[in-house]
Every structure is written in C-alpha cells, then in structure tokens.
Design a protein. Structure first.
Length: 432
C-alpha cells in the first residue's frame, strides 16, 4: 500500500446570519449580539416557532453568470458565492490547475418544500380527505397551466455542487451528502480522504443550510429539539444556551461554509498560504434512530476515538474541542457525557466551545464553520466563548466550558458534529 498523502487547508469562506466575510463571523463568535429574527419566508401563525437565523440578502451582482438567477434559489446563490470566495481566498488560479485533479464535496439539504408551495392549493383542491381519493386527471391538466418549467431544476438538492463545479471548471471527484447536521463536516472529511488516496490534488468541501422550512419546525418541536419562541415579541441573544443546565432548545439558521483542501506538496509548490493540516477523520453511528430521548452516544464516542487514533495525537495533548452543542436538552447532555467519558481526568483541561449560541444551528454548514473557528483560534491562541453558558449540568459542569474566551495550550483541535438520526462525525485539525 502506498503512503497516504498529507492534506492541508489553504482557503476558507463563510456566509451566515452574521454576514459574508470571515471578519464579520469572527467578531460574532466573541459577542452576544442577536442574529435571530422573525421568519420572513412564510407565515408562522399557529407555529410554536417564530424566529430563526437568516442571512443578509446575498449580493447577486457578484455572480459570474447573471443568467443563473433564473434557476438558482436563495440557498444555492449563497452557496455559490461562498464557494467562489473560498476559491479566491486560497488564491487558486483556474488556468494553473488540471481540472481533472480538482474536486468538490458538498453537504446539502433535501429539496426545499417552500419552493413547491405555489402548487399546494391545487393539491388541496384535488384531494378528498373524506374518501381518501385524489383527482390525478384534473391535477395533471391544471398543473401544466401553473407550473414553472424551471421548477425541477430549481429544486435539485445538488445545485450548490453542480453550479460550483461548473463555475470553477471542476471536473474531478465530487459528491453531495445529505446527512443533516453532519453533512458539511462529512464533505470535508471525504475531501480529505480523496486527497490522501491520490484521487485529487485540490478539493473544495463544505455545506449549505437553506432557509427554515415549516416541516422542520413541526418535526423539531414534536421531537423536543427546537426552542419554542411563539410567545415572544422580539428576538433575544440569550435564547440559545449550549451545554448550560437551563437550555431549552435550538434555533435553526441558514448559511454556507467551505474549505479549500490541498495535498501538502502541491500547496507548497504553488506558494499557498497553509492555514492548517488535517490529520484525522471518522464517522460512526449510535445504532438507534431516536437519539433525542437518550443521553448515551456510542457513535460520538467511537467517532472521536477513531479520529484521534488516526491523528496519532494523545487524547491528553489536544488544545481545544469545538463541539456540536446547539442548546438541545438531550443532545448537549449526550455530548458532554461522551466527552467526559472519553477524556476522563484531562476533560477539565481541554477548552470546549460552540458558536451556536450566536449563530444558531446551521445544520449542513455547522461543522464546517466549527472547523473555521478552530483554524482561526490556532492563529489567535484563544478559543471564543460559549455564549450564554452560565452553569453546567451534571456532565457539562465537569468540562472546561466558559462564557469567556479561553487560552489554548496548543493548536491541535477536535471538531465534532452529530445529527438527530444518530450519526456523528469527528475531524482533527492541527498546525501545519
């Protein structure tokens, strides 16, 4: 077996409710500003949730091809702009890259139901709930008169990947992952594997979280995952409390984040600014579907253990952990319990944080943003605070979590992501 190749990070970009620049997001991680607002996409009357994190309006003037506005929806425009920003941040030059040796991996959500709402009234008219019958003949005839012929293209879940690769002439390995909150981190991990095994020299990897959907709110409230905000007249920066004993739920947000990964010698040869090195990655599953009512996460424990062992770094020698913590009652407790069980006596000396007290749960983009946070902390030697954390529960109180910045002893980071179907992902990043 040939020796695995080293993989480094040379570019990064993020779009979130805090803005579309790294500086805006870095400032947000350190502050208690409120980035939540009333949901603008649909009427929340009757819902237990009124608020979410929404990105500023994307600047469509930056799109290289204005014609794509006819096809791309808001989330895919945000993704494309972030992809281009990461590419430019890495100072990649298209003419100097073999297009067959650059790939793209993307974590993206499924088709957004909101894009199909113009057809709901016709569906309702054709359905007879008393008899359970549906007039498909009428539906077929009348649908042709109202349907937008572009709707099939507009609702493809891999549009971020598709238009990213076309815009940047990426012809190498590519894949779209749909693992909810783990998808973006998985995209980075699989990009790392592709370069390790000589399937690519450069990979752009990241995730996209679209605007909040009605069915997400209904399911999230039913499962006890989301914070109920219908009784508030305005948003508050104090709502989301990762790992705090008084946490009551998460708030969903939209956004996009990407990293540029390169084979180390390839990056050195072209004179790239190397930001970090990836040295471990793993996925593992709890083996049960409904994880929202348990505080045990064997999948998270195994994921962390496998990634740490691959990195060759002793568990006591890490300088920080950027966790998934989004303020959900069972999820945060399962995380904290797993970290305490895994790190044991060294858990109190390992600074831990989560940016979701400010940004909210950015689902597919969340793990990538956590990676960017870790890379920035390597430079500053400080870990941003866990906003709204005041006192821990029986597990998080045993960890080094603080509402203030924490000094880090070294630049070796663990990043975790965990979704509500039991899948966990871990990425290990350290100084180049």
């Amino acid at each position: 077996m040939s020796k695995l190749r080293n993989v480094v990070v040379t570019g990064m970009a993020v779009g979130s409710p805090a803005g579309y620049t790294l500086d805006e997001n870095i400032k947000a991680w350190d502050s208690n500003q409120c980035l939540f607002s009333e949901i603008s996409r649909f009427n929340t009357a009757g819902s237990s949730v009124r608020y979410a994190g929404e990105c500023p309006k994307p600047d469509i003037k930056k799109l290289p091809n204005k014609k794509v506005q006819k096809i791309l929806r808001r989330k895919d425009i945000i993704s494309l702009l972030t992809t281009i920003e990461a590419y430019e941040n890495a100072k990649l030059i298209k003419e100097e890259i073999n297009p067959e040796r650059i790939g793209m991996y993307c974590g993206a959500s499924s088709t957004q139901i909101g894009d199909l709402t113009p057809y709901f009234p016709l569906v309702a008219d054709c359905a007879n709930l008393k008899t359970g019958e549906f007039d498909s003949e009428r539906f077929g005839k009348e649908l042709l008169d109202i349907v937008n012929p572009l709707v099939v293209l507009q609702t493809l879940m891999n549009n971020g990947l598709c238009y990213g690769t076309m815009t940047l002439d990426i012809r190498g390995v590519n894949c779209n992952f749909m693992d909810f909150q783990v998808a973006g981190l998985r995209a980075v991990g699989e990009g790392y594997r592709a370069i390790q095994h000589d399937r690519a020299d450069v990979v752009i990897a990241g995730g996209i979280s679209g605007q909040v959907e009605p069915f997400q709110l209904a399911e999230g409230v039913r499962a006890g995952y989301l914070l109920k905000t219908s009784g508030f007249d305005q948003a508050s920066p104090d709502w989301v409390k990762p790992y705090d004993q008084s946490r009551q739920g998460a708030i969903l947000s939209e956004g996009s984040a990407y990293l540029v990964l390169e084979e180390e010698q390839y990056a050195i040869k072209r004179g790239a600014n190397i930001l970090a090195k990836i040295s471990g990655y793993s996925l593992a599953n709890d083996g049960v579907f409904d994880i929202l009512k348990t505080i045990d996460s064997p999948g998270l424990l195994r994921s962390v253990d496998l990634a740490v062992k691959e990195s060759g770094i002793e568990k006591s020698d890490f300088g920080m952990l950027v966790g998934h913590g989004n303020g959900s009652q069972y999820g945060d407790k399962a995380e904290a319990k797993s970290y305490f069980e895994y790190f044991g006596d060294s858990s109190k000396s390992l600074p831990i944080t989560s940016p979701k007290g400010v940004l909210g749960e950015m689902c597919e983009a969340g793990g990538v943003i956590s990676s960017i946070l870790a890379i920035n902390s390597m430079k500053t030697k400080e870990l941003p605070p866990t906003i709204n954390f005041k006192s821990g529960d029986e597990y998080s109180s045993k960890l080094s979590i603080s509402s203030e910045k924490q000094q880090i002893k070294n630049s070796r980071a663990i990043i975790t992501a965990r979704n509500f179907s039991g899948l966990s992902g871990t990425l290990i990043i350290n100084e180049p």
